[in-house]
Design a protein around this ligand. Structure first.
Ligand code: AMP
Length: 190
């Protein structure tokens, strides 16, 4: 990899395998894996102020307000400054994406590539229901997919227009998807 820090974004519906593929990527390249979902779940567990603000949203499958999310990201970028990073589950709204671009610009950085893991809703739903997380009841999982289509899916075009989108077929097993992600990324971050 070159001099410029690599900033990756994993995009896709809940159940696409973003977390799993993020972990896989870490075995191949050293980068910070920043999962906003994990950060919020940890904050809820420890009862921190961010956790208290986020708890009801996580529980119902709604998005945590942009302001809360962006504060967490701004704190991270302030500390990480130019470390290679893989964002997972962030950004999730157009506003978050624009603010991320602004923040990165302040640090003289930009999004290197966005890996869009594409899976059909029925596959995503089946995966969500099989992992048994607290916010993965059938009702909440369906709602989370609806929120994804309304608020997050527009980012596919946002990043395609920016020329950084890489689309990967996310159906099938973890290994073949990991291989596809790696192959397409290598071309993008050379
Ligand atoms: P995840 O683990 O990425 O599926 O996220 C779990 C939950 O955390 C979501 O359903 C939201 O309530 C919240 N969350 C995580 N990331 C974000 C984000 N970027 N914007 C808003 N809410 C988020």
């Amino acid at each position: 990899m070159g001099e410029r820090p690599v900033i990756l974004v994993l995009l896709g519906p809940p159940g696409a395998g973003k977390g799993t593929q993020g972990e896989r990527l870490l075995r191949r390249i050293a980068l910070d894996h920043v999962s906003t979902g994990d950060l919020f779940r940890d904050a809820v567990t420890t009862g921190s102020p961010a956790g208290l603000r986020a708890e009801s949203y996580l529980h119902s499958g709604q998005l945590v307000p942009d302001q809360v999310v962006l504060q967490v990201i701004e704190e991270y970028l302030g500390v990480a400054r130019g470390r290679d990073t893989c964002f997972d589950g962030f950004p999730r709204t157009r506003n978050q994406a624009e603010k991320l671009d602004d923040l990165l610009r302040q640090f003289n950085l930009a999004v290197t590539a966005v890996v869009y893991i594409n899976v059909p809703d029925d596959v995503a739903l089946a995966r969500l229901l099989s992992r048994g997380r607290a916010d993965d009841t059938e009702e909440t999982a369906r709602y989370r997919l609806q929120v994804y289509h309304e608020d997050t899916a527009p980012l596919i075009d946002y990043y395609r227009d920016a020329g950084v989108l890489i689309e990967v077929d996310g159906s099938g097993g973890v290994e073949p998807v990991a291989q596809r992600v790696w192959t397409s990324l290598q071309e993008a971050i050379r």
